[in-house]
Design a protein around this ligand. Sequence first.
Ligand code: NDP
Length: 367
Amino acid sequence: EACFRRHLSGSSRGTQGSMSAWVIDEYGTNAVLRYAEDVPAPAVSSPTDVLVQVCATSLNPLDLSMRGGYGVRRDPLSLLGGSSEFPLVLGRDVSGVVVDCGVEVTHFGPGDEVWAAVPPWKQGSLAEFVSLSEYEVSHKPQSLSHIEAASIPYVANTALSALVNAGGLSLCFCVCSRVLITGASGGVGTFSIQLLKAWGAHVTVTCSHNAEGLVRGLGADEVVDYTAGDAEQRLETMDRFDVILDNVGGETEQWALTLLKSWSGSKYVTLVTPLLSSTDHMGMLSGGIQAGLTVCDLSQSLLSSGVFYRWGFYAPDGPALDDIRTLVDSGKILPVVEAHFPFSQVPQAFLKLEQGHARGKTVVRVT
Ligand code: NDP
C-alpha cells in the first residue's frame, strides 16, 4: 500500500518517466551491476499490459547467467529492432502492486497486490516498475508478505512447466507416483517437493547432508546425501521412479536415467539444457538445430530402454500461479527464503547467489 500511495503522489514514475533500477551496460562479473535513478520507466504500451510497482524480487541462477551474457540472443525475432538491450535490468520474480492497466485488462486493477515471473525477454524486476502482460500476472497470496511471495513465481512456473508439460504429472495424475528430485535444496527443488507432496506423490530427493532437515521439513519422504559418495548405489536399492526432475545435470544424467521404471511411460526431465548456450555460440538457427539433434539423439537412444527423455523450461503462466496461490494460502506450500537484502545491496545478493549451495531463495526488498 505504501508503494502504491507513493506512486499516486507523483514522486516516482508518474511525473518523471524514470525510475530507480539496477542495470548492466555490458556482460560480466558483479562489477557490471550499476544502480541508476534515471532508467526509463516502463509504461502501459499495449491493451493487455499490466504495470506493476515492485515491492520485492528474488534472484535465480538465470540472473547470474544473463549478467554474464548467457542467452544473448533473447530476441530471435528482432522485436527490439536490432537495438542494444542495454541498459538491461535483471531479476525475474516480482511481488508488488498494480499501478496501471491497458484498456483490455479485465482481471486486475490499480491497487491489486500481484505476483509474477517476468519472462527473460522482458526488462526485469530489479527496478521500481515492471511491465507484464495480463496473462503473466496473478493475484498474490494473502497469507504471504511481499518478501515471501517474491521467492516463488519463477521457480513455480518452472517446476509446473517441467512436471506438468514435460513430466506428465498433475493433481489428478500424481497420487502414489514415485518422483526423484535431484538438487532438491535449491529454489526449484524446495518448491517442487512441496508441490508434489500436495499432489500426493512419493518424493525422494538428493541433496547435501546439511540440507536434510530442510527438505524433510518440506515433506521429502526419502533423502539421499549425494556428498556421502554412494548416492547412486543407494538410489539403485530403491523402487524405480515414474519421473525424475533433474536440477543438477552433468554426470547425474548418466547414472540417474537407469533409475526410471521401464516401459511404463516414465520420464526424465532435466532443467539443465544446452539450448541457450548452443544458440549463443552457434547462432539461432545452427544452435537450435544442434540442440534439437542432441535431445533427439538422447531420446532415441533411450527409447530402447522404455523411458522418455525431456527438457524442462520456465514458461510464463499467470493462471498457473493462481493455482499455486490456493496451495500457499491453505498452508500446503511455504516460501523458503534463505536470505533477503535491501535494494541498496543488490551486488551482495548476487555474491550470495554466486557462492552456490542455495537453501531456497535469495530475495531483494525493492520498495
Ligand atoms: P539453485 O542454485 O537454487 O539450487 C541448486 C541446488 O542444487 C543447491 O541447493 C545445491 O546445493 C544443490 N546441488 C548442487 N550440486 C548437487 C548435486 N550434485 N546433487 C544434488 N544437489 C546438488 O538452483 P535452482 O533450483 O533455481 O535451479 C536448478 C537448476 O535448474 C539450475 O541449473 C538452473 O539454472 C536450472 N533452471 C533451468 C530453467 C530452465 O528454464 N531450463 C529454469 C530454472 C532453473 P549444494 O551445492 O549445497 O548441494
